[in-house]
Design a protein. Structure first.
Length: 363
């Protein structure tokens, strides 16, 4: 098992430098250290767990008196694909104190184990960046508005949450990334701004695609800095749509790709291309997390829906798992292992927690 994680960690490290295109390479966050498990480690051999197909990457952990242990982690498969929708009953908790030769299983029901809203410590922002150059406005605006509305409906939570927000930008040939709607948790506000797009919104016939990539990455970087502080963790997704190639030539392709490849690891990049004039190779490099292409405007909504599903899966693969530990004050530092089993796939991670001050009464 140790050999598996060492091998996986090495491959994950290499993947940060050599992009393979359409993999979710966000498994290794800035808070992670090398082996893909974040602040966790591989589980002890005494547990006898087999090599797993799932990776639990611990982003943060803390304890709350009188005895609660909270672990915030991301779950993905060994290919880096996010795993959303897990429930508390799919997790098994193991603890090892100083008097234990190996780990003891902790009852999830007796310990009040639960998946808590990750919004307590997790902020997720999405930037939807739309090409509104002349070719789109003349022949595909209605389809783009319909597809963008579907994207908003699919990505934004049914109930508004301040921790999940989206902003919409657009670009043409100007040296500016135009703001259509500022960052908001209101689905209705975003849809209203899309409905308000008219075919005379732009007066520049060119396309500054590379400039849009650079500027949107800078905005996402600033959002990460703002939301990752004081025990909170921030993530962002940049989703860029275009129906053509860069025509303004204000910025170079190399500069745009360098910006993407050197961006904070908490930023995911998605691209959507339309029509026969796009450069699929370039868009695949820009959308290094995932990219999709529509051959005509009638396919546009389906491609937006495909990307929206990937954006949502990524955001919903972060879990705040909490339980009440039976360890008490005086037991000192204890080992903790968490296993997840979906019925077809399994994975585990190990960490430590200090039980100083722990008493009964935790809920």
């Amino acid at each position: 098992m140790k050999l598996f994680f060492k091998t996986f960690g090495f491959l994950l490290f290499i993947s940060l430098f050599v992009s393979c295109g359409n993999a979710d390479d966000d498994v290794d966050f800035d808070l992670n250290f090398g082996d893909g498990l974040g602040k966790g480690t591989e589980v002890d051999d005494c547990l006898g767990l087999e090599e797993g197909e799932l990776v639990l990457s611990i982003q943060e952990q803390y304890t709350t008196l009188p005895g609660k242990v909270s672990i915030f982690f991301k779950v993905s498969d060994t290919n880096g694909n996010p795993v959303p929708g897990l429930t508390a009953d799919q997790f098994t908790i193991y603890e090892q104190g100083r008097n234990d030769e190996c780990f003891n299983t902790i009852s999830t029901s007796e310990s009040y184990a639960r998946i808590s809203p990750n919004s307590q410590i997790f902020n997720n922002n999405t930037l939807l960046v739309l090409d509104l150059s002349n070719s789109v406005l003349e022949s595909g605006l209605d389809e783009l508005k319909l597809a963008s509305t579907s994207f908003v409906n699919n990505v934004m939570p049914a109930t508004s949450q301040d921790s999940f927000q989206m902003a919409i930008y657009w670009f043409d040939g100007e040296d500016e990334l135009h703001l259509l709607n500022e960052l908001t948790s209101s689905k209705e506000e975003l849809i209203a701004s899309i409905d308000g797009i008219t075919d005379d919104i732009s007066t520049d016939l060119s396309t500054d695609l590379y400039g849009a990539v650079i500027k949107s990455t800078d905005i996402a970087t600033d959002l990460i800095k703002e939301t990752t502080s004081g025990g909170n963790i921030g993530a962002a997704s940049v989703v860029i749509f275009t129906d053509g190639t860069d025509q303004a030539s204000r910025y170079t392709k190399d500069a745009a790709l360098k910006k993407v490849n050197e961006a904070n690891a908490n930023i995911s990049f998605f691209s959507i291309g339309l029509g026969s004039e796009i450069d699929t190779e370039v868009l695949t490099e820009i959308g290094k997390t995932s990219s999709v292409f529509a051959t005509n405007k009638d396919e546009l909504e389906d491609t937006f829906n495909e990307i929206s599903e990937k954006v949502s899966e990524r955001a919903n693969s972060f879990y705040l798992f909490e339980y009440c530990s039976p360890k008490r004050d005086g037991s000192g530092e204890n080992n903790l292992a968490i296993e997840v089993n979906t019925g077809t796939k399994q994975g585990a991670v190990q960490t430590k927690f200090n039980a100083d001050g722990f008493t009964g009464g935790c809920e």
